[in-house]
Design a protein around this ligand. Structure first.
Ligand code: FES
Ligand code: FES
Length: 169
């Protein structure tokens, strides 16, 4: 049966059963393979995507449940092909990825955190990221990169504000 799903701002019609997990629709039907399969039981976070901005384990999310909602995957995180998301930039600068397998899920959870809380404390970060397992143990770099992205986003907002003051007097 045909279902529609909106991913990264694009509507797709897919001919699959509505009970199929969103993860496999993304990977098999839409060729968006940045979202990873780890445990398949909502235990590791590798498959995390945003649904209406909320971090969600796509391995246990039936396609039918996302009808009419906005799905964002790692492929849609950057604002444009020429500009990385501040978290992606910080991830590179802090050399967070090791094997890389958990990283798209980590980034999506971190993006939701910064959207809700632009200046998170260590404990905010630990709480928001606790469901994302990294078997390479990169937790301290992840935390550092989230703080660095928060600081760079705050600095660029200050710059925007002062530019606006110059423009508008
Ligand atoms: S694959 Fe979905 S939480 Fe592990
Ligand atoms: S970087 Fe290897 S599992 Fe996280």
């Amino acid at each position: 049966m045909e279902q529609t799903v909106v991913v990264n701002g694009v509507e797709h019609a897919v001919n699959v059963d509505g009970s199929k997990p969103l993860l496999w629709v993304l990977r098999d039907q839409l060729a968006l393979t940045g979202t990873k399969f780890g445990c398949g039981m909502a235990q590791c976070g590798a498959c995390t995507v945003l649904i209406d901005g909320q971090p969600t384990r796509s391995c246990v999310t039936p396609l039918a449940s996302v009808n009419g909602r906005e799905v964002t995957t790692i492929e849609g995180l950057a604002p444009s092909v020429k500009q990385l998301h501040p978290l992606q930039q910080a991830w590179i600068e802090e050399q967070v990825p090791q094997c890389g397998y958990c990283q798209s899920g980590q980034l999506m959870s971190a993006a939701a955190l910064l959207e809700a809380n632009p200046n998170p404390t260590d404990s905010d970060i630990d709480q928001a990221m606790q469901g994302n397992i990294c078997r390479c143990g990169m937790y301290s770099r992840i935390r550092k990169a989230i703080k660095s992205a928060a600081a760079s986003s705050a600095a660029s907002s200050d710059q925007d504000y002062s530019d606006a003051e110059v423009t508008h007097g």
